[in-house]
Design a protein around this ligand. Sequence first.
Ligand SMILES: Cc1cc2nc3c(=O)[nH]c(=O)nc-3n(C[C@H](O)[C@H](O)[C@H](O)COP(=O)(O)OP(=O)(O)OC[C@H]3O[C@@H](n4cnc5c(N)ncnc54)[C@H](O)[C@@H]3O)c2cc1C
Length: 468
Amino acid sequence: MTGHSSILWSDALPEPRRTRPSLESRVTADVCIIGAGYTGLWTAYYLKQRAPQTKVVILEAEIAGFGASGRNGGWVSGSLAKQHKYLDALSADDRRIGYRVIFDMVDEVGRVIAREGIHCDYHKGGVLYAAARYAEQETRLRRQLEKLHADGCGEGDYHWLGRDQARDRIAMRDVRAAIFSPHCAVVQPARLVHGLADVVERLGVSVYENSPVTVLADGEARTAQGVVAAPLVVTAMEGYSNRLPKLRPYMIPVHSLIVATEPLDDAAWRSIGLHNREAFDDSSRQITYGQRTADGRMIFGARGKYYLGGRQIDAWPMDHPEFRMRVNLLHDLFPQLRGVRITHGWGGSFGMARAMAPHVIFDRARGHIWGGGYTGEGVAASNLVGRTITDLILERESELLRMPWVFRNDAVATRLRSWEPEPFRWFGSRAISLAFRLEDQVCRSTTAPGWRKRAVVRLGDVLELLMR
Ligand SMILES: Cc1cc2nc3c(=O)[nH]c(=O)nc-3n(C[C@H](O)[C@H](O)[C@H](O)COP(=O)(O)OP(=O)(O)OC[C@H]3O[C@@H](n4cnc5c(N)ncnc54)[C@H](O)[C@@H]3O)c2cc1C
């Protein structure tokens, strides 16, 4: 692995991208959206679908899809980060509605892709949450399944696969068990985001690129060269929200990195499984994710670091230890992949609010709407947020507006908790990721005594509780 990293998804885009103009004047709009990732584009899409006369302008700092939307692992997952925080507070009936809304995100993404003819390899093969490395993961997975079933989810939503059944689906070296859920699809993320950008333009949305917003004021968003005056401004910057001073205390950028193999032959796939292109993880608290791409590659990612002061990195050299760590982990899980060429490595950042759960906040008094905080699970969730913001703007009373992550008359400052000041924020995040790594190492060891394994698992549980 040498050379500079490159994003598999961008390299595999079908044709050279069309360049879009930057904003160089004062324009007016009904709605101005900051950020041309999924959140901004889904919002624009539903606005134009439901109220075609609405004048929508999108301002993007780089190019559409530059952020996490063009770089992610391609899980279109029917779940929200820390959803239990919201759902646990609901009545049993409302909780069932909440789960239905969350599961339906996957199909709604699929419906739009089919309707608009976006070629992005969407395939709904479900997801395997595999206890792949040590016994404590299996215990944790069992607890998760019990909780989901207690919440009213059925066997058709989540079911247990014992060792042999799991191994038939995914031949990880030490797989012990897995939960299978049908509520997940996979996509080629960059094709989705670029396809969406083209669709919204066809619907009449103006998309300005290389136009970073420097000031978010009431009734307008300013760039170095121009202004969009609009009574409603939607901030859809997610992992980049800290670039606007007003949002800096509430959202931090956390990195995630991925490696991709060369296309594998049929024999290799027979030795691995994933015959229905199921998404998969290894149930580590470090958060891993993988998929079998439409062209037969294995891609595998794991959550990375938060850097001091919220520094963001967009590219790493291929020989960077962050990539080596992921390749080692991939080989540990699938020894049959040793010797296969790693062709790509890349990463990006996503947004994490202090609650580690997503939100839609409408500061009605100022005309500001903010959606995001997906904590690494935003591909499908951004669709839900886009529809929700549309209902807020068009004042359509809908089921979505009654969801517990929607705050209709709230300022960001009163709704969200600030992150701890630096350097405590950085120390805290480093300590947590080191503890999770230590847990994996100790529990995986064949020589570590039982008391040490119990201690690191307990520490992990306590840290997860503190993160609540
Ligand atoms: C490596 C990686 C893997 C991931 N894997 C998955 C996965 O498999 N499944 C899943 O559900 N989620 C995944 N995620 C998270 C998911 O990609 C994001 O939650 C989602 O893409 C967020 O979309 P968004 O539009 O809100 O933000 P983004 O796509 O980040 O878009 C924000 C946009 O705002 C622009 N911007 C920044 N500053 C300004 C400014 N001042 N003015 C104007 N524009 C600005 C940026 O350039 C960017 O294009 C992953 C994230 C990463 C980084």
